[in-house]
Design a binder for this molecule. Structure first.
Ligand code: GDP
Length: 195
C-alpha cells in the first residue's frame, strides 16, 4: 500500500467523539513503551505524527489517524500504567472495551508485544478478549533489531507458551520500526483488512 496522506484526526474517550465518516478502522494495542507510536510513524513514514514518548502511559485517549483519506489507525492507550490510580485504570478499561465491542467500523486489531519479553498478563488478556470478539488479530513482536538472529526462535516460543496462535483469525509478524523489518507484510495485512 502506498501511503499518500496521513493526519491526526481526533482523540476520543466515548462514542459520540469517534469519527463519523464510517471509514474502516484498525486498532493498535499494547503495553506502554512497546513501540506503538514508533510502529505507526514507521508505517506512515512520518517522523513524529504519533508521539513517541519516554513517559509511559501518557496517552489516555483513543487517537484516530486518518490514512489515505480512506481508513483510520486507532491508537489505543497503552495498558500497564505504573502511575495512574486503580479507578483511572478501570475507566481506560471501560473505554477500550466500549470501543472494541461496539465499533462496527473496526476491522482488525494489531497487538504489539515486545520481542525481548514474554507477553504480560495484560497482553494475554487483550489477546484472548480480541479472540472472543472474533476480531482479525495481527500479533506484532516489536524491536526485533534489538535481538540477535539466534534469539529469533525464542520470540515465537515465548508467544506460544502463553497464547494459542492456532486460529484462522490470527497472524504473527516480527517487526522493527528502526529497520522497517516486515513493513511490507504489515502494510499488506492492513490493506487486506481495510479494503
Ligand atoms: P509506545 O509507548 O508504545 O508508543 O512506544 P514508543 O513508540 O514511544 O517507543 C518506546 C521506546 O522504544 C522509544 O524509546 C523508542 O525509540 C523505542 N523503540 C520503539 N520501537 C523500536 C524499534 O523497533 N527498535 C528499537 N531499537 N527501539 C524502538
Amino acid at each position: 500500500m502506498k501511503i499518500t496522506s496521513s493526519e491526526y484526526s481526533v482523540s476520543a474517550v466515548r462514542e459520540d467523539q469517534y469519527p463519523q465518516d464510517d471509514f474502516p478502522e484498525i486498532a493498535l494495542a499494547g503495553r506502554s513503551n512497546v513501540g506503538k507510536s514508533s510502529l505507526i510513524n514507521s508505517f506512515l513514514n512520518r517522523k513524529n505524527l504519533a508521539r513517541t514518548s519516554s513517559q509511559p502511559g501518557k496517552t489516555q485517549t483513543l487517537n484516530f489517524y486518518k490514512v489515505n483519506d480512506s481508513f483510520y489507525l486507532v491508537d489505543v492507550p497503552g495498558y500497564g500504567y505504573a502511575k495512574v490510580s486503580k479507578s483511572q485504570r478501570e475507566k481506560f478499561g471501560e473505554m477500550i472495551q466500549d470501543y472494541l465491542e461496539t465499533r462496527a467500523d473496526l476491522k482488525g486489531l494489531i497487538l504489539l508485544i515486545d520481542a525481548r519479553h514474554e507477553p504480560t498478563a495484560d497482553d494475554i488478556s487483550m489477546y484472548n478478549y480480541a479472540l472472543m470478539l472474533d476480531l482479525p488479530i495481527l500479533v506484532v513482536t516489536t524491536k526485533m533489531d534489538k535481538l540477535k538472529k539466534s534469539q529469533y526462535n525464542k520470540v515465537y516460543a515465548n508467544l506460544k507458551k502463553h497464547m494459542d496462535l492456532n486460529h484462522e483469525q490470527v497472524q504473527v509478524l516480527t517487526y522493527s520500526s528502526e529497520t522497517k523489518l516486515h513493513l511490507d507484510e504489515l502494510s499488506a495485512w492492513i490493506s487486506d483488512k481495510v479494503e
